[in-house]
Design a protein around this ligand. Sequence first.
Ligand code: FE2
Length: 522
Amino acid sequence: MEFGIGRRQFVGGLALLAGGPAWAQQVGKPPRLPGYPFTLGVAAGDPDPSGFVIWTRLAPLPGLPLAGLEPLAYPVAFEVAADEGFSRIVQRGEALARPELGHSVHVTLVGLEPGRPWHYRFRIGDAVSPTGRARTLPAAGADIAQVRLAVAGCQDYQSGLYTAYADIAQADVDALFHYGDYIYEGGSSASRTDWDSGELRASVRLHDATTTFSLDDYRRRYTLIRRDPDLQAAHASTAFLCSFDDHETSNNWVGDTDQGNTPPEYFRLRRAAAMQAWYEFMPVRADAVPVNGFSGPWRQYRFGRLLDARMLNTRNWRTDQPCSDRYGTICPEVARKDAEVLGATQEAWLVKGLRSSPARWNALLQQIMMMDLDRARADTRGINPDTWAGYQVPRDRLLNSLGGVPNLVVLTGDEHQHFAGEVRPTAARPDAPPKAIEFVTTSISSGSDGPGERREHAEVLRRNPGLKYVRDERGWSLMTVTPGGWQADMRVIDTIRRAGGKATTAASWRVPAGSLRLERVG
Ligand SMILES: [Fe+2]
């Protein structure tokens, strides 16, 4: 399937270099642009051993309808080089920025050498984009010494600056898993209530409109966010593995249900607009183009024989949250027999893949916490119904079907805090061997500056013996995977409420290969 890809989407660069015309001459004469078109930067994503998707979007006047462009398809040239100075160009070609996709460009590169960095850029007329960099995945079956994977998400624009992304851009990672909440759907809001203290805190910066419903609303929200220089730097530094969670559409939606009692047939219209905008702005493959308003890819990324990472979709096929989705409560519905998180097809793909995986390490890249933590502040047990804890039957079915899958690590977001802990089936004793280790990565900005330790943390740790660590600060995490062990460095930023915030590692945890045990190493 091709979408947004021009007739010369892939061109054997060497043949062109041997006798072809100069780069600028390969592009048809575009309509005149009213300004520099690459104001939203560049991005790469969804790598495999042979290539990845490169992305840009023409927006000369980002605040105007059509960003100041004509409702026409604009030819955009691209180049891929082995070096940062573009002296060794290996591919060049042309793609169309189509008005149907808001003049975004997705080019799926193929034919590149595995396991090394590549540099790419776009040109239209005399305007040249910033340069992006991304790595192809190692060859299948390659013995590699290390994978460095960043994890990030939950980036409420109004809550603070994207300083964590500036830190990521310097980290030279192999790829970044984005667990979702890339945008938030809410309108401009001058203040919000702090989760921990209950105090009103002023927004650091503002959304420029009301709540998003239409395609134009969502496009405008992504455009606002994508102009952030730190976010652009992170995108230009590495390939993103992009998923989505709820706020790309609306709070805590699952299946065809949102939390506002919107009739499903109307909610589907809103979700179709949201999914189109998500596709337009993400460097994802053509199979993520919404079909009849529905986009729900899940994917596998294989880092040689060292790591198989499977990215899940925990929104599209999930049944409604139990207990009226009330945080910190519990009800008989959590044991509903027909509940689903992944849906039958995705679950079967996952279980089959994990049980036959030849990789040293296996990872689940997903959105909602898999540990069934007791969150209650009162005497009775209570859960977060918007996590796997609200879905006991599919959760236990998955964990119990893993059998002897060794070295399984679950990477999650959504919680706006860092967590590290052990994952067990519901009925398992606290000292039974865990089925997996879970690292939950905190938010880039959502929640604004945290206290580090919340007043409730001591009680949460006491109630949940499998939970080893929790910290409420903004940041991201760096996973360093080697044949001997998996290390998670929890990065935090001291403040995102003003420029110049400092990044440090709040804690480092290690899982030795062959034993699902968490060891604090820093
Ligand atoms: Fe979030």
